[in-house]
Write a protein that binds this ligand. Structure first.
Ligand code: NAD
Ligand code: DAU
Length: 341
């Protein structure tokens, strides 16, 4: 692994991963990103003049774009983060999710096959496993849990995983898949729970909690997801699937209350709103395979990770205020106006 094409590198996890790779390997990195509403080159100002970093504006659905970058930079490895990533947006409209998450993945797999690249890693999600019962805490998602797709987003991600399996099985290609739980940390777009609640609390606005607030998510600090992906790239056999999680389940409402407490704001700012349609009740990941086989473990405990994250949003108000404008305001109105009444 020498020259890595990181697709979706201007988004939340991709930009954190680029910095993680530059800090922890000698590899050259090409960030290949379409710069949708979620892509932001400001996430990468620290590395923009690094000799081992290049940015290419391109679309993973456009094979010519991808081939050009692969040939120009002698790419041997692709790590695919590029996706439409927000469940609520997939409920408002699924088409872009299918185009990018399924069609884009197919394009990358065709390039992998035709160019004979040495490795491909698909960054997938625990959402492909559906939802867990809340009264059976001993049950978690393992790599053997059947695929069950409950939102258009999860259906698009699962379809991409199935294409990866098919290309690996049929053509013997070197394909890996990781399925991670909910990430949090710096540079997360403030449409997702934790940054949205921090931004609302800092802005003195109501914090919209879906349903009864008792849905459970398993939170992992973003840099721990990055170290897991790097461990899989460096140490795994081809063809493996690895779950990645924080062993860190929280009710949404408790996360929201914790954020308010840390920011010194009152719980009266919480507004229970109409639930997300088809809302998955509980996610929890069994990470024993990656821990036992590859020796990965998270470096951050939640108490420290959430502190780092809240402080980052407090100190980087310009970053999130800028992205919460324009198209974001239209989306916010569309997603929340019906829920608030
Ligand atoms: P994000 O929405 O912050 O970033 C997505 C990036 O992909 C953006 O930079 C965007 O510009 C780019 N992109 C979108 N369409 C593109 C296209 N057609 N061509 C090139 N680039 C394109 O997403 P994220 O939260 O950083 O998630 C990254 C990946 O990790 C996704 O595949 C997501 O499914 C997966 N994942 C996310 C989480 C999480 O908690 N956020 C957890 C598990 C897995
Ligand atoms: O599990 C991994 C997945 O986690 C990733 O694959 C997705 O890309 C990522 O977006 C995330 O999906 P979720 O739907 O779990 O994340 P989100 O931050 O949108 O919501 C987390 C929980 O908080 C969920 O139960 C819905 C709830 N929620 C969310 C928002 C935006 C609210 O109660 N209010 C809100 O305003």
């Amino acid at each position: 692994m020498q020259n890595i094409l990181i697709t979706g590198g201007a988004g939340f996890i991709g930009s954190n991963f680029i910095k993680h790779v530059l800090d922890n390997t000698n590899c050259n990195v090409v960030n290949f990103d379409k710069l949708t509403y979620a892509g932001n080159l400001e996430n990468l100002v620290d590395v923009e003049f690094n000799d081992r970093y290049r940015f290419v504006k391109g679309d993973i659905c456009d094979k010519e774009d991808v081939l050009k970058a692969v040939k120009e930079y002698g790419i041997d490895t692709i790590v695919n983060f590029a996706a439409e990533s927000h469940v609520d947006r997939s409920i408002l409209g699924a088409k872009e999710f299918i185009n990018t998450n399924v069609g884009g993945t197919l394009t990358l797999l065709e390039v992998l096959k035709e160019q004979g690249l040495s490795k491909y890693l698909q960054v997938s999600t625990d959402e492909v496993y559906g939802s867990l019962p809340e009264d059976r805490p001993e049950i978690k998602f393992t790599e053997q849990t059947p695929i069950t797709t409950n939102s258009p987003y999860s259906a698009s991600k699962a379809s991409a995983d199935l294409l990866c399996n098919a290309f690996r099985h049929t053509f013997g290609l070197p394909i890996l898949i990781t399925r991670c739980s909910n990430n949090y940390g710096p540079y997360q777009f403030p449409e997702k729970l934790i940054p949205l609640m921090i931004a609302k609390a800092l802005g003195g606005e109501e914090l919209p909690v879906y349903g009864d607030g008792k849905n459970v998510r398993d939170w992992l600090y973003v840099d721990d997801h990055c170290s897991a992906i790097l461990a899989v790239l460096e140490k795994s056999r081809d063809g493996e699937v690895y779950n990645v999680g924080g062993n860190n389940e929280w009710y949404n409402i408790d996360i929201v209350k914790l954020i308010l407490k840390k920011l010194g704001r009152p719980e009266s700012m919480i507004k229970y709103v109409k639930d997300r349609p088809g809302h998955d009740r509980r996610y929890a990941i069994d990470s024993s395979k990656i821990m036992n086989e590859l020796g990965w473990k998270p470096a951050h405990v939640f108490e420290d990770g959430i502190e780092l994250t809240i402080n980052w949003y407090v100190e980087n108000e310009n970053w999130w205020k800028k992205v919460m404008s324009g198209e974001y305001l239209k989306y916010f109105e569309q997603n929340y106006s019906a829920k608030m009444h």
